[in-house]
Design a protein around this ligand. Structure first.
Ligand code: ADP
Ligand code: ASP
Ligand code: MG
Length: 301
């Protein structure tokens, strides 16, 4: 497959706040369905859900059943969002998918709460399997919300290997598997950010907190996408955090090096490993606001 087949693909990544409510998801739908070219949509978990999954793990590991009420809140939030954004004919299917994942979570937490003597490695693998559920549930909702969207499962092609106790990306294998996953791209495709799979033993892993940006960049680079768009909750990349500094200045354009410097200094708007794979191929990165569709955003190039 020649790289020219991918020339018109765009990769759009939507963060937690962008997929976190009925209103924001309806904006996501509008953004995605108004594209005139093939798109791959990468989604985070509903905002706050990853933190809740981790908190429930902590509670279960300490033997407390208090995770149950948080799990019910998480379940209810997903049900409410499905009722608000998924077209009626797809709601039953979407609810069934999400209820199955909630049942999986209940069983994982029950295992942790009852088996506190489990070896540390098993506890860690259970915790990693649990934390994947945020993106698995949000991506199911986004796929069901958009008619004709094709769902994909990121662990089939985002691969990591254990390295000094953490999960390091297997870059060459991942690039090859992404190219195999999309020999051509037509229409709208939806995939989870953040989550991955161990290349050797096939347990679930992830790319680190905030890692959905990185998933999107890996897909954009492997497919030589036309551009990567990071849709978030601010108008673009600022010289400092606009939520903390009233005088922060929006930067309409930046070089990869300028953006990387701010990311390395803690600018949370882009996860630091994200820029390298796209910068190597000169793929432009746009930072745009899901809540302000007319704002031009920031172009990193
Ligand atoms: P998402 O859930 O969309 O991935 P994040 O919370 O990870 O969103 O990143 C967006 C947040 O990054 C903004 O709400 C903002 O508070 C913060 N931020 C920190 N530094 C910057 C910066 N220099 N420019 C823009 N946003 C920044
Ligand atoms: N949901 C994950 C997190 O909260 C990944 C992401 O949002 O990028 O860290
Ligand atoms: Mg983020």
């Amino acid at each position: 497959m020649s790289i020219f087949n991918y020339f018109k693909v765009k990769v759009l990544k939507f963060g937690g706040t962008s997929v976190g409510s009925v209103e924001s998801l309806l904006n996501v739908k509008q953004i995605v369905t108004s594209q005139s070219q093939p798109v791959i949509v990468v989604v985070s978990a509903l905002g706050g859900v990853t933190n809740q999954l981790i908190e429930m793990t902590r509670l279960a590991q300490s033997g407390s059943n208090n995770y149950e009420s948080i799990l019910e809140q998480v379940a209810q939030r997903h049900r409410d969002v499905i009722a608000g954004v998924v077209p009626q004919p797809m709601q039953g299917q979407c609810n069934a998918i999400v209820e199955q994942f909630i049942a999986n979570l209940r069983s994982f937490y029950g295992t942790l709460a009852l088996n506190r003597e489990l070896p540390a490695v098993d506890q860690q693998r259970l915790a990693d399997a649990i934390v994947c559920h945020g993106e698995v549930m949000s991506s199911a909702i986004v796929s069901c919300m958009i008619e004709g969207a094709v769902p994909h499962f990121a662990p089939n092609f985002i691969k990591t290997r254990e390295c000094d106790g953490s999960h390091a990306l297997e870059a060459d294998l991942t690039r090859q598997l992404i190219a195999n996953e999309w020999p051509t791209v037509e229409g709208i495709h939806v995939v989870q950010g953040f989550i991955a799979d161990d290349a050797d033993e096939h347990f679930k892993t992830n790319l680190g907190r905030g890692g959905s940006d990185y998933t999107a960049a890996l897909i954009a680079a492997a497919l030589h996408a036309e551009c990567l768009e990071i849709w978030t909750d601010v108008d673009g990349f600022y010289d400092k955090d606009p939520r903390k500094h009233a005088d922060a200045q929006l930067l309409p354009a930046m070089t990869y090096a300028q953006a990387q410097e701010l990311c390395d200094a803690g600018a949370k708007v882009i996860y630091p490993p994200t820029l390298r794979p796209v910068a190597e191929l000169s793929i432009p990165v746009w930072v745009k606001n899901t809540f302000n569709l007319t704002a031009p955003g920031t172009c990193i190039h």
